[in-house]
Ligand binder design. Structure first.
Ligand SMILES: NS(=O)(=O)c1ccc(S(=O)(=O)NCc2cccs2)s1
Ligand SMILES: [Zn+2]
Length: 256
């Protein structure tokens, strides 16, 4: 059962045994092929208005590095683009690989990025996050691709004190909009959480322009551990879900 706990038995191909949604028709991530993308001129720009004071803590939950925000009122919200109404920012986290040539969950025209950052927002018209998970318009995730360049860039500092699973540290006065690339161009499609229970409640908004991180930032991410303190070291890398079938879904773009 140690193997089971490490997720080897419960790898992505087994998730459906406990979470039937994992075999649904609107699963994420998917590959985006530009030739199949449909430009939709009715897709307006998206807008994030985040309060830096809403950032609370950064933690390692053994599966990713996550920053959590106060989402008890409309304090940090995302609106516009494919969305109706204001969605509250709840948390951001990342998926990354064991080397720079892979790590992202979504793949663009065959290109895998070194990492993918997800900013998870939920629709308050459904009362709370648990309620929003059950609705097709319940959650909106902005996905930002990370590519490694020599250029130093400020991304998640504070990774130093959450090396092992369960570690949590204050992470305040942080405005996640600094992570946005220059261009607001995006792709959007309807999909799911990329981890169990894989609910199909997500409007994905994937930004076309990747942001750059430095090699040492990637090394810091890869230095995180799945294990708890005083347990055998189990590096936290390759926490991405394999590609899922598109099943006839159309990916729309805000750009030509
Ligand atoms: N990679 S991703 O952005 O698709 C996420 C995966 C899991 C996310 S969550 O932390 O919001 N939990 C989801 C939960 C479901 C039920 C109880 S919790 S977001
Ligand atoms: Zn994610």
């Amino acid at each position: 059962d140690r193997i089971a706990r490490n997720g080897l038995i419960w790898g992505p191909d087994h998730w459906h045994e406990n979470y039937p949604m994992a075999k649904g028709d609107k699963q994420s991530p998917i590959e985006i092929n530009s030739k199949d993308v449909q430009h939709d001129s009715s897709l307006g720009p998206w807008h994030a208005s985040y309060d830096p004071g809403a950032a609370k803590t950064i933690l390692n939950n053994g599966r990713t590095c996550r920053v959590v925000f106060d989402d008890t009122f409309d304090r940090s919200v995302l609106r516009g683009g494919p969305l109706t109404g204001a969605y509250r920012l709840r948390q951001l986290h990342l998926h990354w690989g064991s080397s720079d040539d892979h790590g992202s969950e979504h793949v663009i025209d065959g290109v895998k990025y070194a990492a993918e950052l997800h900013m998870v927002h939920w629709n308050p018209k459904h009362g709370n996050f648990a309620g929003a998970l059950k609705q097709p318009d319940g959650v909106a995730v902005v996905g930002i691709f990370l590519k490694v360049s020599g250029k130093y860039s400020r991304i998640l500092q504070g990774i130093d004190n959450i090396k092992t699973k369960g570690k949590e540290a204050p992470f305040q006065h942080f405005d996640p909009s600094i992570l946005f690339p220059k261009s607001r161009d995006y792709w959007t499609y309807h999909g799911s959480f990329t981890t169990p229970p894989c609910e199909e409640c997500i409007t994905w908004i994937l930004l076309r322009e990747p942001i750059e991180v430095s090699p040492d930032q990637m090394a810091k991410l890869r230095s995180l551990s799945k294990n708890g303190e005083n347990e055998p070291v189990n590096p936290l890398v390759d926490n991405w879900r394999p590609l899922q079938p598109v099943k006839g879904r159309v990916v729309r773009s805000s750009f030509k």
